[in-house]
Design a protein around this ligand. Structure first.
Ligand SMILES: Nc1ncnc2c1ncn2[C@@H]1O[C@H](COP(=O)(O)OP(=O)(O)OP(=O)(O)O)[C@@H](O)[C@H]1O
Ligand SMILES: [Mg+2]
Length: 257
């Protein structure tokens, strides 16, 4: 496993526990994300990947353990400080699509209008630049409901990046996309990361995506981290769970339960 040494990381998850009712979702998860790299988080459905992302952005509070971002335990911060910290994140949630009542332009402009005092002219320049990066200038004034799934993902991506975030998290950006659009979205993720940098965390069930996009792979199972390391290493892992998951095999420790 990749050395999780003492060096400071922008995102450190330590002994994270979270239960809902009597279901223990996270059971002592430890993970220091490598800075300025793309890490994919893999794991079976219901294993707590989305719950993990919500802890990192400070939307859920740990039952035990902590998440520190830029060296600060986020729940030791005041609510105002946490709010300010969140501006450094760009997040595309699994279920959090665009605001249906706003066109694409207003969706992407929303964080700038909410969190900055930029003029509408400055906002227009930034929004149109972001939309051109994701190939959506022509769709700027369309309502989300009239776009294809792939266009909505790209619009969500533009919105997630509009504040120049230091940390970008995508929860299954490729769900519901065909293989070609998934590939195009992956290229876009790589291109944006190369241009803007930042620590990216990507949750996906798509193994080709994990292989082509990520620098590091984190595998989560039964509430714990079972593997973290460079992508090639993960694909050569001897761990039974990691092997089964990356191969999509039915035989192995992981069953339907
Ligand atoms: N706010 C909540 N209240 C109660 N239970 C929750 C809540 N959020 C998540 N859970 C439960 O925690 C477990 C982990 O959920 P989570 O959404 O993190 O899974 P996941 O790994 O992201 O799965 P998938 O790959 O299907 O998206 C699930 O059993 C889910 O029902
Ligand atoms: Mg999820």
């Amino acid at each position: 496993m990749y050395a999780q040494g003492a060096a400071e990381h922008s995102i450190e998850v330590r002994d994270l526990h979270k239960s809902f009712g009597d279901f223990d979702v996270l059971r002592g998860l430890n993970l220091n994300f490598v800075d300025n790299a793309i890490t994919t988080v893999l794991g079976p459905s219901g294993t707590g990947k989305s719950v993990l992302l919500k802890h990192i952005v400070g939307l859920l509070e740990p039952d035990r353990g902590e998440v520190s971002v830029f060296g600060r335990d986020i729940w030791a911060l005041s609510e105002d400080e946490r709010y300010v910290l969140r501006r450094r994140f760009g997040v595309l949630f699994q279920d959090g699509a665009l605001f249906g009542s706003m066109n694409v332009y207003d969706n992407v402009a929303f964080p700038l209008r909410k969190h900055t005092d930029k003029s509408e002219a400055e906002i227009r320049d930034i929004v149109m630049l972001r939309l051109s990066e994701v190939g959506l200038e022509k769709a700027a004034f369309k309502e989300p409901g009239s776009l294809s799934g792939g266009m909505r993902k790209r619009a969500g991506f533009a919105r997630a990046l509009v504040m120049n975030p230091d940390i970008v998290m995508f929860d299954e950006p490729d769900s519901g996309l065909d293989p070609v659009r998934t590939s195009l979205l992956n290229d876009l993720i790589l291109q944006m990361h190369a241009e803007h940098g930042g620590t990216y965390i990507l949750v996906t069930h798509n193994i080709p995506t994990a292989r082509s996009v990520s620098d590091y792979v984190a595998a989560v199972w039964q509430g714990k981290l079972v593997h973290y390391g460079p992508t090639e290493e993960a694909f050569e892992s001897e761990d039974q769970f990691v092997r089964q998951f990356l191969a999509g095999a039915s035989a192995g420790p992981l069953g339907m339960d």
